[in-house]
Ligand binder design. Structure first.
Ligand code: CTP
Ligand code: MG
Length: 239
């Protein structure tokens, strides 16, 4: 499943992020291809912006999957990522046992990363995330005092960097585990306490989540500089 319903506010003004082109090909199309490159993937559910289902369908028809017969279904998404993934899950056929959730905003993930997530789920882990060690030291800060938004933030702690991981997608799940997580935390999401990734909800259920190596090229296109990096990666692949 590819959640692609976000607006891409941090990327700046323009079309919804997933529909923007990278070197001539929409990010979403690249993300779909990155998934269908894996032999393990037999169905792709794209979660489109709530009012953009028809636009996404026609975009995908404009960029067919050359030589690949994977079925691609488009469903409308919601206001938050968690809601979009919930809506995508409801569109999955009953016989699907393993689900990968992959951000449209990570169009360049290599197939080896996809396959290692799948392999770990098939080996019996109900939840699997690809992740990398951090380059930057991370600080925790105190919540800002709303009354004084100009005051500098105060550091409250420094988690040990060696024990931190930056988590990517695709995240892989036993389907029933992911369904249960979404069913349990639907209300939390509506109340603004939603999860920023799918494994986060599974953790809250108390189900173990395991890590496999991520990949630098699975970075998320979030800010304008990420577009420069994505174009450079595409150019390097062509060279
Ligand atoms: N997403 C979604 N539905 C939402 C919000 C996000 O399907 N309501 C998807 C995005 O399309 C993206 C992925 O979740 O593929 C990761 O989210 P993010 O990188 O935050 O994308 P946006 O929410 O679009 O960007 P921003 O937060 O800058 O607006
Ligand atoms: Mg977002």
């Amino acid at each position: 499943m590819i959640p692609a319903a976000g607006r891409g506010v941090r990327l700046g003004p323009g079309a919804p992020k997933a529909l923007r082109a990278l070197s001539g090909t929409p990010m979403l199309v690249r993300a779909v291809r990155a998934m269908t490159a894996s032999r393990a993937v037999s169905l792709v559910v794209v979660v489109a912006p709530p009012d953009g289902e028809a636009e996404v369908r026609s975009l995908l028809d404009d960029f067919p999957l050359a030589g690949d017969r994977t079925e691609v279904v488009v469903v409308p998404g919601g206001a938050t990522r968690q809601e979009s993934v919930s809506l995508g899950l409801k569109a999955l056929p009953d016989d699907v046992g393993t689900v990968l959730v992959h951000d449209a905003a990570r169009p360049l993930v290599p197939v080896d990363t996809v396959d290692s997530v799948v392999a770990a789920v098939r080996a019996g882990h109900p939840a699997v995330v690809p992740a990398l060690p951090l380059a930057d030291t991370v600080k925790q800060v105190a919540p800002r005092d709303a009354a004084d938004a100009t005051a500098p933030e105060t550091v409250t702690g420094t988690p040990e960097r060696a024990l931190l991981r930056a988590v990517q997608t695709p995240q892989g799940f036993d389907r029933r585990t992911l369904d249960a997580a979404h069913a349990t935390f639907e209300t939390a999401a509506r109340e603004g306490d939603g999860a920023t990734d799918d494994a986060g909800m599974v953790e809250r259920l108390g189900v173990p989540v395991v890590v496999v190596p991520g990949h630098e090229e699975a970075f998320k296109v979030t800010r304008p500089l990420d577009l420069v990096l994505a174009e450079a990666v595409i150019a390097r692949r062509r060279a």
